[in-house]
Design a protein around this ligand. Structure first.
Ligand code: HEC
Ligand code: HEC
Length: 460
């Protein structure tokens, strides 16, 4: 009997150790020669918009090796307090680094606002970040500013949740890959917080959309042209929208309604007093939010700070027919578009999509993920393994995902309460169940058109 007990303890120990083992399932896989992240020049048609950005003042600081380090940091779950979440959990490449959920699911609970896309942050917005523009500065010094914007998610208890940066650095020092990556990037293996944020800023700044149809058609001598429908939509956009959404970007101080000190605005939507936007910290700016870039807007839904609109058609319906709070720039009840005009605007917005940013490996997750040991099954059938089960702290949900499909996980209590909601293209998700009341839960996993449900028992 005693022997059995000892054996059980050893087995449990091994299971626990392996489940606590660094979750990304191995070292990042990187190309021998770094990908090219450097951007030579701002395209001419943007350089000449005279919105204060030129090739010299913006992207020139992006460095291939520093951005490569930034890529690893961006996707590394080891950095987070619970070691199960990374920037890439809420900022997904195929959605232009936004999230497809209304609110993202953080370490403890849902985020308060819809996740923001990260494309074109390096050049289209040099002064302010976040929906309420919490991070702003009178001097548009891009690298330091984006770096301060990054410090926020790193330390936010519900995002990466690092309460002590030194603990994170210690963990990084004990990996096989960070000292070498820091040497490559900065000439020394020493890891410091400013270098971490610099690397992340480099990676994020490289996320540009200059290969969109809109950009190609704007390039002198290009054979790419907009269809009549798209071109009509562009004219409507220039008349009604560009004043705020300048050139499909969000640079707002020149050519738009100057609204010092912040480039935020109220676009006339029904108000919800639980979120005052910039008014949360700056009196007089109630219900005003960041004007987000419309580049890649096709893939970043749901839309607005609270994700209230699911489709671009709904957004256009708002601007056309449902403007509640009128302003100099948008008059109530809206621009009153015909159906044809609505379709034209949507068609134009879709020309702002960059296929490259959404698919190129250089912006993808470099971690291999846990390999699945479920090989006895047919590769196309979704199979799932929940362990340890029962669980008291962290449960791992491991599943087949050879083709790195987007897989969604929901955990429900027996009375139907949604406890957790995650998405990944890896082959496992870890959830912390420490705060769950003891009992039985349903783990529901969906991948493409397949769905599978397993029981998870929580004990304390
Ligand atoms: C739990 C989900 C979550 C995680 C993890 C997360 N973010 Fe975010 N991020 C958000 C949400 C939600 C917003 C919009 C919040 C707001 O503005 O109030 C946002 C906004 C941002 C912005 C501002 C974008 C803009 O247009 O102003 C930046 C930059 C950013 N995140 C970078 C990062 C980085 C870098 C990491 C990793 C260190 C990270 N985020 C981790 C959810 C997350
Ligand atoms: C007066 C300034 C202003 C004008 C004019 C304006 N917008 Fe906006 N737009 C905003 C602001 C501010 C937001 C963010 C509002 C929020 O989240 O609460 C926004 C958000 C959006 C979004 C959602 C972005 C996201 O990432 O969720 C889309 C799409 C959009 N606008 C399209 C348009 C179109 C198309 C027009 C013209 C028909 C237009 N806008 C005119 C200020 C403006």
């Amino acid at each position: 009997m005693k022997k059995y007990l000892i054996f059980t303890f050893i087995a449990l120990g091994v299971m626990l150790l392996s489940s606590l083992h660094y979750f990304n399932g191995g070292d990042p896989i990187l190309p021998a020669t770094p990908y090219s992240y450097e951007i030579d020049l701002l395209p001419d048609h943007l350089d000449s918009t005279n919105y204060g950005v030129t090739s010299d003042t913006i992207l020139s600081f992006v460095d291939d090796r520093i951005a490569t380090l930034g890529r690893v940091l961006f996707y590394d779950e080891l950095l987070s307090a619970t070691e199960d979440i990374s920037c890439g959990t809420c900022h997904l490449q195929q959605f232009s680094f936004a999230d497809s959920l209304t609110f993202s699911h953080g370490v403890n609970s849902s985020t308060a606002r819809n996740s923001l896309q990260l494309n074109d942050l390096g050049w289209s917005n040099q002064t302010t970040f976040f929906w309420d523009m919490k991070i702003s500065s009178p001097t548009p010094l891009l690298d330091t500013l984006l770096a301060s914007a990054i410090k926020l998610p790193l330390t936010d208890p519900n995002e990466i949740g690092v309460s002590d940066v030194n603990v994170m650095i210690q963990k990084m020092n004990s990996t096989t890959y960070y000292p070498g990556l820091f040497s490559d990037a900065f000439g020394s293996p020493t890891i410091t917080e400013p270098l971490i944020t610099e690397a992340l800023s480099n990676f994020i700044s490289s996320m540009v959309t200059f290969d969109s149809k809109f950009d190609q058609s704007s390039t002198l001598g290009s054979s790419v042209t907009l269809t009549t429908q798209e071109a009509n939509g562009k004219l409507l956009f220039e008349t009604d929208c560009q004043i705020c959404h300048a050139d499909g970007s969000n640079f707002f101080t020149d050519g738009g309604p100057t609204h010092a000190p912040l480039p935020v605005y109220d676009n006339g939507m029904e108000r919800d007093s639980s979120d005052l936007g910039a008014g949360e910290w700056l009196p007089g700016f109630e219900y005003q939010y960041k004007i987000p870039t419309l580049r890649n807007i096709e893939v970043t839904g749901p839309y607005m700070h609270d994700g209230r609109f699911t489709t671009l058609e709904e957004v256009i319906n708002h601007y056309s027919d449902s403007v509640i709070v009128a302003s100099q720039w948008i008059i109530s009840p809206g621009f009153g578009y015909t159906q044809t005009e609505k379709d034209e605007l949507v068609a134009f917005l879709k020309t702002l999509t960059s296929p490259n940013l959404l698919t190129h490996d250089k912006w993808s997750d470099p971690f291999p993920g846990l390999s699945t040991d479920l090989d006895d099954q047919d590769a196309s059938t979704l199979t799932v393994n929940v362990f340890p089960n029962p669980s008291s702290e962290v449960a791992t949900i491991q599943f087949k995902n050879e083709r790195r499909q987007m897989t969604y996980l929901k955990v429900f209590s027996t009375n139907g309460q949604l406890m957790a909601h995650r998405s990944t293209h890896k082959s496992a998700i870890r959830i912390t169940v420490t705060d769950y009341p003891a009992g039985t839960y349903m783990v529901k996993l969906s991948q493409e058109d397949q769905e599978i449900t397993k029981q998870l028992v929580v004990v304390h």
